[in-house]
Design a protein around this ligand. Structure first.
Ligand SMILES: C[C@H](O)[C@H](O)CC(=O)C(=O)O
Ligand SMILES: [Mg+2]
Length: 397
């Protein structure tokens, strides 16, 4: 019998890490990136100006009766701490981490009346990842072993950041650029978007994948025009998250309208098996991109991935560092993974969730070997030198 969970603790942390938009001035990730808020000129230059980094990181720590600690990080900050400590902890204390299915079900359905997506599911995801970490640490097994084992020897990565040309030199298989100008900047903005992409195509050569991340900023008409020009003039591989995550009808139309061969991708702000079922049943995209720290955790991602597999849909999770790596290595329908370049330039490979995780593997020549994941749980430790704040201790302490 495994030791039971004795303590549940939820902390917040600031300064990068799982809340990867919380970076210092001059970072590429906050440099005039198109967003749904770009229609307001005062919020166009910086995403931090409208509060993209307002939540911070949520750290969930579960301590078992024998003192073993499992933990996970995701976004959600102080409000997510409240949900974990004051609501979800009741489903954890005194329970075995091997009961992850029932625990997930209880967390989700007890919070459904105020949850279902967004912050609450981030909090549930953080708890679920901490459970899997604890389970792996108690069993002395990496999470990917518990998920069925590796289906290939290494992970291959594309890089997200403003410098696909540097990503190519660093050995990545492709580069995903942020889109800089949204519909409010008119035809001039559209032209600038195409010129930036064309410039990158010239720098990277013809056979390197180039993708555009539109971070929910476009409307269907703009997205269709952009897709055609970017495909015809620059050989774009995929157009990502062009529309609001709620606009399933728009995504279905975009997939119909897009040039044959260009992939439509979305899902990083979608959650649960029901949200992804909607995307797939409505034929909204070619690749789904759940974030394991936001979609419901590993327990839910198994269901999402199996449904995608049964429909022949590719699943390439969004960011999420080790939480994604341990999953992707086990799936045939996840042939490659994303690496978010968190160097400000970004001209170097640095750990995605630095400084919060210790022992986080990074791609070398665009790859991580499966054997690098061979440590119990998710194979990382919490960096306790960073300031951690615990705002709402539960009664069990
Ligand atoms: C670069 C994008 O705007 C965003 O910050 C990250 C993202 O959507 C992705 O990695 O995908
Ligand atoms: Mg994205």
């Amino acid at each position: 019998m495994l030791p039971k969970i004795k303590y549940v603790r939820a902390y917040t942390a600031k300064g990068g890490g799982a809340d990867y938009h919380d970076q210092g001035a001059g970072h590429w990730i906050d440099d005039h990136i198109a967003t749904p808020m770009s229609r307001y000129p005062e919020y166009r230059q910086s995403r931090q100006s409208f509060g993209i980094n307002v939540l911070g990181t949520l750290v969930v720590e579960l301590e078992a009766e024998d003192g073993t600690i499992g933990f996970a990080v995701t976004t959600g900050g102080e409000p997510a701490c409240y949900i974990v400590e004051k609501h979800l902890s009741r489903f954890l204390i005194g329970r075995s981490p091997a009961e992850y299915e029932k625990i997930w079900d209880q967390m989700y359905f007890s919070s459904q009346y105020y949850g279902r997506k967004g912050l609450v599911v981030n909090a549930i995801s953080g708890v679920d990842l901490a459970i899997w970490d604890l389970l792996g640490k108690l069993r002395g097994e990496p999470v990917y072993h518990m998920l069925g084992g590796a289906v290939r020897d290494e992970l291959q990565f594309y890089a997200t950041g403003a410098r696909p040309d540097v990503a190519k030199e660093l050995g990545f298989i492709g580069g995903k650029l942020p889109l800089h100008h949204g519909p409010a900047e008119g035809l001039e903005g559209l032209q600038k978007n195409i010129e930036q992409l064309a410039d990158m195509r010239a720098k990277c050569g013809d056979d390197f994948w180039l993708m555009l991340d539109c971070w929910m900023s476009l409307d269907l008409d703009y997205a269709t025009r952009l897709a055609h020009r970017a495909w015809n003039e620059c050989g774009l591989k995929w157009i990502e998250e062009a529309l609001s995550p709620d606009d399933y009808w728009g995504y279905a139309a975009l997939k119909q309208n897009a040039p044959r061969g260009l992939l439509v991708t979305t899902g990083e702000h979608e959650a649960t098996r029901w949200g992804f079922r909607m995307l797939m049943d409505m034929d909204c995209c070619d690749i789904i991109q759940p974030d394991v720290g936001w979609c419901g955790g590993v327990t839910e991602l198994i269901k999402i991935a199996n449904y995608a597999d049964s429909r022949g849909v590719m699943m390439v999770p969004h960011g999420s560092s080790v939480y994604s790596y341990h999953f992707v290595i086990t799936r045939h329908n996840s042939p490659f993974a994303e690496f978010l370049m968190m160097h400000p330039g970004p001209t170097e490979v640095v750990p995605m969730f630095a400084p919060q995780l210790l022992g986080e593997p990074v791609p070398v020549n665009g790859r991580i070997r499966a054997s690098e994941l061979d440590k119990p749980g998710f194979g990382v430790e919490l960096n306790r030198d960073i300031p951690l704040h615990r705002p709402y201790p539960n009664e069990g302490h």
